[in-house]
Ligand binder design. Sequence first.
Ligand code: GDP
Ligand code: MG
Length: 193
Amino acid sequence: MAEKRKAAAQEAPSIERTLVIVKPDGVERHLVGEVIRRMENTGLKIEAMKMVTASRELMDRHYAGGLEWCKGVGEKTKKNYAQYGLDIVKELGTDDDTKIGKMVKEWLIDYISAGPSVAMILSGNHAVDNVRRVCGPTLPLVAPPGSIRGDFALDSADYANRDKRAVKNIVHASGNLEEAKAEIALWFPEFRQ
Ligand code: GDP
Ligand code: MG
C-alpha cells in the first residue's frame, strides 16, 4: 500500500502531504470532529493523527524562522497596529520589528502549548493549498463563511494584540510544501515521508 502511494506520488507531482493542527481553542470548543469532517469531505486522505500537548520547545522549533521570520512578523504586526489606530510603542514598549516579532512568537508559543491539540497529516491533490482553502485566511474577521475560520471564529488582530495574545483561529495549516515537510518531521518524527 505504502509502495503504491509512493509510486502514485512520483507519477503525479501535485500529490502532496500537509500538516493540519486543531489548536487548543478548537479542541476546547469540541470542533475536532468538525475539522476532520471538512478535511475528509474534500477527498483528502488522513495518513496519521494524534492528540498532543505541544511543549514550548516543540513550538519554538515549529516557528523556527529565526530573526528574519521575527522581523517579517514584526513588520506585519506593526501594520496591524497602525491600521487600527493603536500606538505600538505605548502598547509594546518598542517599534523595533525584530523585538516585536519575538514578542508575537512568545504569544504563539503560549497559545499552542496551552492545552491539547490534534495534529494530522493529510495527503492528496494539492493538499497544501486545498487545506488552506478549507481553513480560510489567517484572520477570522476576514475569513469567508463556509471556511473553518469564517464559520467558527471571530477574532481579529486588534483585539488579540491589545490583549497581547495570538489570534485564535481554530486551526493551523502548513503554508507551503517546504513548511509542510519540516512540520510533519517535527510533529510526526515516527512518520516516514
Ligand atoms: P497562518 O499560517 O494562517 O496560521 O498565519 P501566520 O503563519 O501568518 O501566523 C501564525 C499564527 O499567528 C496565526 O494562525 C494566528 O494565530 C497568529 N497571528 C497571525 N497574525 C497575527 C496578528 O497580527 N496578531 C496576533 N496577535 N496574532 C496573529
Ligand atoms: Mg503560517
